[in-house]
Design a protein around this ligand. Structure first.
Ligand code: AMP
Ligand code: MG
Length: 350
């Protein structure tokens, strides 16, 4: 199939530019669109066959549920049983990078929820995404717009690399600001279970609900046979082709000096190895595949650039990738979670 590419001109009104993709969605087709987290691959969430097309285009296992995107936080009640805690979360963080898992209403097909009785609801912060959903007139089921197992796409070019010819349309709205997928929480009585960390951090969630617990799958490998509560977390995700090793200083003292020495030793063994370091390390390292993901203290830059860096490594012959990792507070928790998965939990302490 021919994939239509639409580049958004932000100087012009959005609605005219989005009328074609909105029509494609309403008629059961697939449209990749920008959000503030990563690019999504959207289909009509009320249409079981559109969901089937999403799974097929991505090569995604059909027990891995899709998040349902809405244009207004208040639309959630049409598709799920909401409650006062949902309302409080919506008031604080929506539109924005937060998905809330709620009991689903009948109108949402089981093919969208991977057979679950619950549905993940999100109202994206990106105005292009919201206007597209509003114009389509239907809720939009959308996982990340990558082929399963590849890093999530943070630019339209990433989507085209993975899905050109397999979907109807790609909307190019520039780089995704956050760069990591949404925070996912499940409401469980008066507590929140954090299923996937993201830009809405545990600290932020605690301003709305004191009782936030982290799902076991976030920082550790679950024992054989135990399923995480967010089904997607069980798949090997976000992984470049080369083996990734995380490099973590045991303490802050001399952390940069130790990281530089470690990277130099790996580059001396093989100048082709992939290095993901901080800007501060760059002057001391030379090699073909040395990339920085921002200044050491700039955790927003790290999140924004991580998946792009992982994809860039895939275009090289790097036999292995060594990636520095820092603090795990704030959005650092989400970054660490994604990097643990990319590395299959391989951490080298220095
Ligand atoms: P993606 O949009 O590709 O990041 O994937 C969405 C992820 O959200 C899935 O892989 C699940 O882990 C999670 N998810 C979506 N719906 C639910 C749900 N009803 N219950 C638990 N987790 C969910
Ligand atoms: Mg995904």
């Amino acid at each position: 199939m021919k994939t239509e590419l639409i580049k958004i001109d932000f100087a012009k009104p959005l609605s005219g530019q989005l009328s074609l993709p909105a029509k494609i969605l309403a008629e059961g087709g697939l449209v990749a669109f920008p959000t503030e987290t990563v690019y999504g691959l959207g289909g009509n969430a009320l249409d079981a066959s559109a969901a089937g097309k999403i799974y097929a285009a991505k090569g995604r296992p059909s027990d891995n549920p899709l998040i349902v995107h809405i244009a207004r936080p208040g639309d959630a009640e049409k598709y799920a049983d909401t409650n006062p805690l949902y309302e409080a979360l919506a008031k604080a963080f929506m539109p924005g990078p937060l998905t809330v898992v709620l009991p689903k209403k009948e109108i949402i097909p089981f093919s969208v929820t991977g057979g679950l009785q619950t549905v993940g609801i999100r109202c994206p912060g990106d105005p292009v995404a919201r206007e597209l959903i509003r114009l389509a007139g239907v809720p939009v089921a959308a996982p990340s717009a990558n082929v399963s197992g590849r890093p999530s796409p943070t630019a339209a070019s990433h989507v085209a690399d993975d899905l050109n010819g397999r979907i109807d349309c790609i909307i190019d709205g520039g780089e995704a600001e956050v760069g990591l997928e949404s925070t996912i929480v499940k409401i469980d009585g008066d507590r929140l279970i954090l299923l996937r960390p993201g830009a809405i951090t545990p600290e932020m969630l605690r301003t709305v609900c004191e009782n936030v617990v982290l799902d076991n799958g976030i920082l550790g490998k679950l024992p054989e046979g135990v399923s995480p509560q967010a089904p997607g977390m069980k798949y090997r995700h976000y992984a470049p082709r080369a083996k990734v090793y995380l490099v973590r200083a045991e303490n802050e003292e001399q952390a940069d000096r130790k990281a530089i020495a470690f990277f130099r030793a790996r580059l001396a063994e093989n100048p082709q190895v992939g290095i993901l370091c901080y800007d501060e390390h760059l002057p001391f390292l030379s090699g073909e595949n040395v990339y920085s993901y921002g200044k050491k203290e700039d955790d927003l830059a790290h999140s924004h650039l991580l998946f792009d860096c992982l994809r860039r490594f895939d275009e090289t012959e790097a036999p292995a990738i060594y990636a520095v990792i820092g603090k795990t507070e704030g959005i650092g928790l989400a970054l660490y979670n994604r990097m643990l998965k990319a590395s299959a939990y391989t951490v080298i302490y220095i």
